[in-house]
Design a protein around this ligand. Structure first.
Ligand code: CO
Length: 163
């Protein structure tokens, strides 16, 4: 296993259109293991393909001791929008209150090609929604008010200059 580099905003890979995964092979297994390791060393609860430089429909989530590998996920239903504080490994040090679903119904494959359809509630629904947003090039910064977005862009640019 190896830790992959996490791409941070405004890296253009985060906006790329992602491709479906068609091969459930050994290489995919290695990628999934690398994503777990990368997420663990970064203390994250979710990580999507574009965040490790791959424009592919894949994400991993670990929450409350449960692990989920989402391949080609599709949100079928989304309900009960609530305000939740979210962070993102591509926005280090930034936590923002944003609107997020408390219920989703989702369909996805795991790394072995097994198909799942699940109804997910509570904070985990926010995490699923956040990771699936990544696969559509949608980011945390898109979900805040325009004024807040301006502020965050300036803050991120300043952080980058000071590195
Ligand atoms: Co994120």
């Amino acid at each position: 296993m190896s830790v992959r580099k996490i791409c941070v905003y405004p890296d253009p890979i985060l906006r790329e259109q992602t491709e479906e995964i068609t091969l459930f092979d050994e290489e995919l297994g290695i990628l999934v293991n690398d994503m777990w390791e990368t997420m663990h060393v970064s203390d994250g609860i979710g990580l999507a393909g574009p965040q490790v430089g791959l424009a592919k429909k894949i994400a991993v989530i670990e929450y409350n001791g449960e692990k989920y590998v989402l391949i080609n996920p599709v949100i079928l239903e989304k309900e009960n929008i609530n305000t939740v504080e979210e962070g993102c490994l591509s926005f280090p040090g930034i936590y923002e209150k944003v609107e997020s679903p408390e219920y989703i119904k989702v369909r996805y494959y795991d790394e072995k090609g097994e198909l799942f359809e699940k109804e997910i509630e509570g904070f985990l629904a926010c995490v699923f929604s956040h990771e699936i947003d990544h696969l559509n090039g949608k980011l945390l910064i898109d979900r805040v008010s325009p004024l807040k977005r301006q502020f965050l862009k300036k803050k991120i640019a300043k952080q980058a200059r000071e590195k």
